[in-house]
Design a protein around this ligand. Structure first.
Ligand code: F6R
Length: 364
């Protein structure tokens, strides 16, 4: 049921504070400020490598999480899209944990990849949203996202719940591997617990984001860029825009700007820059200046501290409430969902059922 919303997608975007909180509650003991051992039956002290495989938006969740596992747990991560992984000459080390991320738990390429690892004798884990799915049945360790049924074809709440689950998993990995002390872990857990509130605050900016979507809607190409975890958020933002509004969109690492994408920049091309005030911020601002110098129309997604430094370099800014750097990918995703949603509404496309797309890709 859509309730008071025009589309399932709008409803699902607005459900995010609640479903992220529910997902986090499953993995976090909020009172103790720690990760619950009972819901993550993985001992990361026995794992020396993580291999993450997924498709589309779920792959971008993995791309964010690679930063978390490396930084918090010093755990090396291999990452690939399932359609590539399944046909590679795979290597299955005994101390590797394969992790498959999927909303539906039925995606053909991801399932085939899971089965290949299983056939090789590996113990494997899956992050799935549909608890009765094939992947949930076949994995050894099932880490549910508690987003509830996602009806809109474009993934929104499933993605942010995947991020919440992966963040909790990375903290657990950090503790298990002796990289994080209990106190360090508590700091990250406290940050995570702030996510639902921060996401709710972003939703209050909806009218402003709708206004900014008017800049994007008439464009034939839009660029999205960021660095570090924000690069993955930029890729997800580009995917959302192309799926929903049919505007060609390309996401890339901001540091790649000079290696090609800058050739596309002119005053008809909106460039959406994901720029939280983190340790890579000044690098991203340099890239913004290069775009501004060529007449590109910058829409910066940042926070209060970032906005101050960006100043007039950007034509528009979506200024999000300050949040712990750890949860920035979760928070920064929300305005990109809304930009894509409103650009699609302005362009009159079918938001819940974009052309040519299926919710569950059960054939390759
Ligand atoms: C994008 C989107 C797709 C899916 C992909 C994987 O909005 O929904 O890119 O993320 O098809 O689907 P699951 O997560 O069901 O394996």
């Amino acid at each position: 049921e859509k309730g008071n919303y025009r589309h399932f997608m709008a409803k699902e975007i607005h459900e995010q504070p609640e479903v992220i909180a529910r997902t986090l509650g499953h993995y976090i003991d909020v009172g103790a400020g720690s990760i619950r051992d009972d819901t993550i039956p993985v001992d990361f002290s026995e794992v020396s490598r993580l291999s993450i495989t997924a498709c589309g938006t779920a792959y971008y969740a993995g791309l964010v999480a690679r930063h978390w596992f490396e930084r918090l747990a010093r755990l090396p991560v291999d990452l690939d899209v399932a359609s590539e992984f399944r046909y590679r000459a795979q290597i299955h080390p005994a101390d590797e944990l394969p992790l498959f991320i999927s909303q539906s738990g039925e995606t053909a390429d991801t399932l085939a990849s899971l089965r290949a690892c299983k056939a090789a004798g590996q113990r494997l884990a899956t992050i799935v949203n549909v608890p009765t799915s094939t992947m949930a049945r076949e994995a050894n360790v099932v880490l549910p996202t508690l987003a509830g049924p996602e009806i809109g074809v474009a993934s929104t709440k499933a993605f942010t719940c995947q991020l919440a689950t992966l963040a909790a998993l990375a903290v657990k990995a950090g503790v298990d591997r002796g990289v994080l002390t209990r106190d360090n872990a508590r700091g990250f857990v406290d940050g995570l617990v702030e996510a639902p509130r921060a996401v709710a605050d972003v939703l209050h900016l909806e009218a402003e984001i709708e206004r900014i979507a008017r800049i994007i809607a008439p464009a034939s190409t839009a660029l999205f860029m960021g660095r570090g975890p924000s690069m993955a958020v930029a890729l997800e933002g580009a995917l959302k825009l192309k799926e929903l509004s049919y505007i060609h969109a390309e996401g890339f690492a901001a540091g790649e700007l000079k290696h090609g994408p800058i050739a596309l920049v002119d005053d008809t091309v909106p460039v959406i820059v994901v720029a939280p005030f983190d340790d890579l911020f000044t690098k991203t601002v340099s890239n913004m200046e290069e775009i501004a110098a060529r007449g590109g129309r910058i829409i910066a997604v940042t926070d209060a501290r970032g906005a101050h430094a960006i100043g007039t370099t950007a034509e528009e800014m979506i200024v999000l409430p300050d949040a712990p750097a750890f949860i920035a990918p979760l928070v920064m995703t929300i305005p990109l969902q809304l930009l894509a949603y409103y650009a699609a509404i302005i362009n009159g496309t079918d938001v819940d059922q974009p052309r040519n797309l299926a919710k569950s890709v059960t054939v390759e």
